[in-house]
Design a protein around this ligand. Structure first.
Ligand code: GLN
Ligand code: ZN
Length: 767
């Protein structure tokens, strides 16, 4: 049975690519040096995969920024605004054009905006969204695909397998930038370019080509289904003698199964980690001409493979269709996993024995194949590791499980409904109409970040560090008082990151030293690993909130990260439902909320910026997810008295399709991002007659620009046309940690001014 890999991480085990790209952008190294770093990384990756015995080693899975942007450049889908990048400065190359598309271009007297970026399905990887225009033309532009194939051929003995995004998914990943057409209609123009590239790959000696079609596992319209047929029939006709492998992942084809297996291609890859239930149907439906690549090793998580389980699937497939037609593979590209577990020397050996990163996952694919050939020893060793995890006292805490099991209706509801709470709270706080506040963080200056680095290195004692953070907190309080904000925050200076901070204080979490995965471009994240039952051994934020509150007469809002966001931005255990893990986190946050209340904090914000991105890929799965995700928030929020005000914050703005669930969270106040959309997104709240209080963002914190008073008044007027006045708060779109103090102060001063102006208007009307 052949061993197949779908893609490998490319940032380098020590984030070499990130560092090289950033040096290139800042002019510290030249193009030659950047290219040589990239070439070295590709060679290392190919060597590792070859040594692990992979038969189909992927190529063109490397990318300087993003594989979808690579595809746009290959297909010549380059928006016109980038033309001057090459014409204005003759020294610029294709690579500079590429980076200009990814990051924008502000040089040579040009000021060109970057292309939009969005999440790659339900991962934390972001891709650059292709832009399509009515008169869109495609032509083979960049020769990256063929160049990398030629390069890979020299590096590995077996013929490497180029990986491209398939034509239908490529179109669906993009966005129409003008009215009057549907991007799927561009297929006819797009296909000849695909045919040209595939034919050239064949001429260069390619045997297998992987075309990623993740949309084949999503909800498809009739038109999109038709497009699949058209595309693959055209390719089959024009490119005889190439073996195309269509790759699906993150879901099952499900109702698209008949379509998927009927495409005239040589192989179909399926994700048996996310969707093992599909195997029977696929085996049943697959025609004899179709081979199957079985994705049994989890490409989205860091757990050691359960060989016994994987072998069950593989053996079942062998019995059904014979091993000649089968490949063993990871469930998806290994892009979403960190490089190498061996580099983690600080992890408890017991836990380390339960994990596998990209390199170890290659080993698992090869182990599975060896076991099938009779190497039973490998199976025995794996069984032991799996069993040790199953029964480990490091994972299982009976009291945590019991507490989750005992959660009842009353734990998820406030004592009285919102209308009454609002009255009680308005009485208690006596705030003006249009109260002003911020979302939590204040600028994380280099000084602040340096403090943390020095604490880690032992150059500062804990006491010295805390004294500095206290100083920053007091300064932030004074600044907020001076600006005249109504509800203050402590500033989050003690936090490195809104998830990591809590993970480090909760039990059941583990942190790696080098477990980086690419988030977008040169940005990498190091998600915590939730390995065990989650509990809260001690207060996490009380000390800082109480400290801040002691230094002012105004209200200081407590600041927590919500359970779904903590879950969403971590590697989550796979031995229980995600909902179960979320409920455990929710109980820990609930305890913190109650502790804050006890410490005299009267407003508590529970941030849930990741609720929306957790939505399942298939609509039919939305209700179940929303049910437990919203439930988890309510568990976290419902332990307090009526007079304690719960806030939540979400930094995105598409609420239309989930507004009833947002309302079901029953937060007393929700703050959202609305400034860039000019309050358009508030309409969802207005149409729904959203009952609770809302702070629509009036200050775009993604830009260093200071908004004027007038602008913000205009936004607030729009909001007051849509919502009851007594429900409106005034705040920025999101936290201010990436901003500079100067901008922040100026913008917030204007914001307070704007609130005053709009209040005056109200008073005039009343009198
Ligand atoms: N309270 C957090 C902050 O202000 C919220 C961040 C977020 O929404 N991503 O930084
Ligand atoms: Zn936010």
């Amino acid at each position: 049975m052949q061993k197949n890999n779908l893609g490998y991480p490319r940032i380098g085990a020590r984030r070499e690519l990130k560092k090289a790209c950033e040096r290139y952008w800042s002019g510290k190294i030249d193009r030659e040096e950047l290219l040589s770093v990239a070439e070295k990384l590709r060679r290392q990756n190919w060597t590792v995969q070859q040594e692990a015995g992979i038969d189909l080693v992927p190529c063109n899975d490397f990318s300087f920024y993003d594989q979808v942007l690579d595809m746009s450049l290959s297909l010549g889908a380059i928006p016109k605004r980038y033309t001057p990048v090459l014409t204005q400065n003759r020294e610029n190359t294709e690579l500079d054009l590429y980076f200009a598309m990814a990051r924008g271009y502000q040089k040579d007297g040009l000021d060109i905006t970057a292309m939009e970026m969005t999440k790659w399905f339900d991962t934390n990887y972001h891709y650059i969204v292709p832009e399509f225009y009515k008169e869109q033309e495609f032509k083979w532009f960049s020769s990256k695909i063929t160049e990398e194939f030629t390069e890979a051929k020299k590096a590995v003995k077996k013929t490497p397998k180029p990986v491209l995004i398939g034509p239908v998914s490529y179109l669906l990943l993009g966005k129409e930038k003008e009215e009057g057409f549907h991007r799927i209609d561009l297929l006819k123009k797009l296909l000849p370019v695909y045919v040209e590239i595939l034919s050239e790959l064949k001429a260069l000696g390619a045997e297998w080509i992987q075309l990623d079609e993740p949309f084949l596992s999503l909800d498809l319209t009739e038109k999109e289904k038709e497009a699949y047929k058209t595309a693959y029939e055209a390719i089959a006709k024009a490119c005889k003698g190439i073996n195309i492998m269509v790759a699906t992942y993150f879901e099952e084809p499900g109702d698209n199964t008949a379509l998927a297996v009927s495409l005239p291609v040589s192989a179909l890859h399926i994700d048996l980690v996310r969707a093992p239930q599909q195997l029977d149907a696929i085996l049943e439906a697959a025609p004899e001409s179709l081979s199957l690549s079985l994705g049994v090793v989890d490409g989205r998580n860091i757990w050691k493979n359960n060989y016994e389980k994987s072998l069950d699937y593989i053996r079942k497939a062998i019995d059904a269709i014979g091993e000649e037609r089968l490949f063993i593979a990871p469930s998806c590209s290994l892009l979403h996993t960190p490089y190498d577990l061996d580099a983690e020397t600080g992890i408890d050996p017991e836990i380390k024995n339960w994990l596998a990163f990209a390199k170890q996952k290659l080993g698992e694919i090869s182990d599975l194949s060896d076991i099938l050939e009779g190497n039973e020893g490998l199976l025995e060793e794996n069984r032991k590791a799996i069993e040790s995890r199953r029964i480990s006292s490091q994972i299982h805490k009976q009291e945590v499980k019991d507490r989750v099991a005992a959660i009842s209706e009353k734990d998820t509801t406030r004592h009285v409904g919102f209308a009454l709470r609002q009255k009680i709270q308005k009485n208690r706080f006596g705030l003006p109409l249009y109260p002003t506040t911020t979302i939590g963080s204040f600028p994380q200056t280099t000084d602040i970040r340096r403090l943390r680095a020095r604490l880690k290195k032992g150059e500062l004692t804990r006491a010295e560090y805390e004294a500095r953070i206290e100083k920053a907190t007091i300064e932030a309080i004074r600044t907020q008082e001076k600006i005249g904000l109504d509800v203050l925050v402590h500033g989050e200076f003690e936090r490195n990151d809104m998830v990591e901070y809590f993970g480090e204080l909760l039990e059941g979490f583990l942190f790696t030293r080098n477990g980086w995965v690419q988030s977008y471009g040169s940005r990498c994240v190091k998600p915590p690993i939730i390995y065990g039952d989650v509990s809260r051994p001690e207060d996490m934020t009380v000390r800082w909130s109480r400290f801040a509150q002691q230094h002012t007469d105004r209200i200081v809002k407590g600041m927590l990260t919500g359970p779904v966001t903590i879950l969403q931005w971590s590697f989550v255990r796979d031995d229980q439902a995600r909902s179960a893990t979320t409920f455990q986190i929710a109980l820990a946050i609930r305890d913190e909320v109650v502790a804050l209340e006890k410490a005299g904090i009267s407003m508590i914000q529970i941030d849930e910026p990741a609720i929306r991105e957790g939505l399942p890929l298939r609509k039919k799965d939305w209700p179940a997810y929303l049910n437990w995700a919203i439930g988890a928030f309510r568990i976290a929020a419902s332990g307090v008295q009526d007079e304690t005000q719960i806030h939540t914050h979400m930094c995105y703005s598409e609420f239309n399709d989930i507004i009833e669930h947002i309302a079901a969270m029953d937060a007393d106040v929700i703050t959202i991002e609305t400034s860039r959309s000019q309050m358009e997104l508030l309409e969802a709240f207005a149409d729904f007659k959203y009952p609770n209080e809302i702070g629509p963002g009036v200050y775009d914190i993604h830009s260093p620009r200071v908004p004027t008073v007038e602008e913000m008044v205009t936004l607030l007027r729009k909001a007051s046309a849509l919502l009851p006045e007594e429900n409106i708060w005034v705040n920025p779109d999101c936290g201010l940690k990436t901003r500079k103090w100067e901008e922040t102060e100026a913008a917030l001063t204007n914001m307070v001014q704007a609130a005053k102006k709009i209040r005056e208007k109200v008073e005039q009307v009343v009198s």
